[in-house]
Design a protein around this ligand. Sequence first.
Ligand SMILES: Nc1ncnc2c1ncn2[C@@H]1O[C@H](COP(=O)(O)OP(=O)(O)O)[C@@H](O)[C@H]1O
Ligand SMILES: [Mg+2]
Length: 300
Amino acid sequence: MASPPLVICLGNVVADHTFRVEDVPAPPAKIAARSYSIGPGGMAANAAIAAVRLGGRAAFWGRVGDDMNGEPLAEALAAEGVDVSGLRRVPGGRTPVGAVLVDPRGERTIISFRGSGLGTDPAWLPLDRIREAGALCCDPRWPEGVAAAAAAARAAGVPVVLDGERSETRILVDLVPRVDHAVFSVPGLANFLPGRGPEEGLRQALASGPVKVAAVTQGEKGVLWMAAGDEKPTRTPAFPVEATNTTGAGDVFHGAYALAVAEGMDIPRVIRFAAAAGALRARDGATPTRAMAEEMLAGG
Ligand SMILES: Nc1ncnc2c1ncn2[C@@H]1O[C@H](COP(=O)(O)OP(=O)(O)O)[C@@H](O)[C@H]1O
Ligand SMILES: [Mg+2]
């Protein structure tokens, strides 16, 4: 049997330090946490983990510092089955971290540090490996890396999916024309085309370059999407679930979307597959397996 397709995920990996607390008090305060965990977060890293759980192969390309948070992140991704040979430990760099406070109702207070000293030059990326991939999935936190990898992917005929998550307008405007699938979050699409509605944003994304599909994920309202040449957008409804923790639903959606593209599914099916994976993540607070996603798609 042929090996499953490879999804290369490029962008952000974050050491999320999660504290369950009774309350998030105003300062000055010192409180004990009920529990603590550390684990990998970040859009592209979550997408890579999702691509593996859903039956693909994944490689993560990005940067961490050579500080106390960098190596555990590399180990955690590797333990999930993600190839981390393209994860660079940058000497003197500081790894992105998050402090996540979760109260008893599940409400989150997140303090995030985007890292520093990680460098922006993508010259070290192993771009010759792009041709092994069935899809490239990028987030907008390392635009120089996206530009280099997307150009190599285009030259090799490898489809590129962008997680158009909240970011500076100029970054999204620069990146969208470089990709085949521009899949925004609600705030990301508003950053891409400020002050206009989602339909106009999707039309603008399609008009900005050889973009094949523009989409916006809208949580429990599902996905609004348009393919090049479509007259109007299509809404794919969300799978109804009781959400317990919607953190990371979009990241999992993007990993699933890229894997489905790599597997050669048609676009309506790609979106349904990704929506099933996103809904399960929102329901369980954990990334689903392929069998779980297939069961949801079958109406189980
Ligand atoms: N509460 C939910 N119920 C069902 N599906 C959901 C829910 N939240 C997210 N999803 C699925 O995951 C996708 C991505 O979630 P969304 O919240 O839009 O992204 P992000 O986490 O980036 O803001 C949605 O389009 C939907 O298909
Ligand atoms: Mg998102």
